[in-house]
Design a protein around this ligand. Structure first.
Ligand SMILES: N[C@@H](CCC(=O)N[C@@H](CS)C(=O)NCC(=O)O)C(=O)O
Length: 205
């Protein structure tokens, strides 16, 4: 499969792509951050960010990490991604769970990850991190309600929606607090082979 990925040396977003990818199938180019606002780069990623993905077999070019991993999952017919032409209820639950990551989880974890990454904040004393941890704690109560009824976010089958929580969660959240079902879910996600492989490749902390 001819997938060419433009990524940075270290990219939280990209870790989400790595999770889905069989690394062997990807040609990875390490982009230089100084190129990101150049006209040539903006042709591929109009917001001047990385990563973006080119599928040289189909001609599809795509940016936005979550769209990219979903494209790859569709391309390889991954069982991690329910489809609308399969079980519609499973698909609806999957879409809902995927939105949980974007709308509930990403806000506080993204803020913490970038604070830690950009200023190497002291996690114990940093005010932004303290506030965002409190926001996250409330969000995780919602996760606990879901996960006390089901093994995973969208039911009893692991999907990409669960795995999508790993990159930000691992950096910012240390989501293994006192909520028993969140802790159980997180422990399983962290030991998923694709995540261990991603860490082995040095793409995550
Ligand atoms: N929503 C985008 C966010 C991409 C993003 O934030 N990329 C960062 C690297 S991790 C970046 O390019 N930062 C440089 C900049 O914004 O100038 C995605 O998921 O692909």
């Amino acid at each position: 499969m001819g997938l060419e990925l433009q990524k940075g040396e270290s990219s939280i977003e990209l870790n989400q792509t790595d999770l889905q990818a069989d690394e062997q199938d990807f040609k990875i180019d390490q982009a230089d951050f100084s190129q990101l606002k150049s006209p040539a780069w903006l042709e591929h990623q109009p917001f001047g960010q990385l990563p973006y993905l080119v599928d040289t077999e189909t001609g599809v070019e795509i940016f936005e990490t979550r769209a990219m991993i979903r494209y790859v999952a569709s391309r390889v017919k991954s069982p991690l991604q329910p489809t609308a032409d399969g079980d519609l209820a499973a698909y609806a639950r999957y879409e809902q769970a995927a939105q949980n990551e974007v709308t509930q989880f990403m806000g506080p974890t993204d803020a913490m990850a970038h604070e830690i990454g950009s200023i190497h904040a002291d996690i114990a004393t940093n005010e932004l991190i303290r506030k965002q941890k409190a926001v996250l704690a409330k969000k995780l109560e919602g996760y606990e309600r879901i996960l006390s009824k089901h093994n995973y976010l969208d039911g009893d089958v692991l999907t990409l929606a669960d795995l999508a929580h790993l990159p930000y969660g691992a950096i910012a959240a240390k989501v293994n607090g006192s909520l028993p079902n969140v802790a159980r879910w997180w422990k399983e996600l962290e030991s998923h082979p694709a995540w261990l492989n991603t860490k082995d490749l040095g793409h995550s902390s």
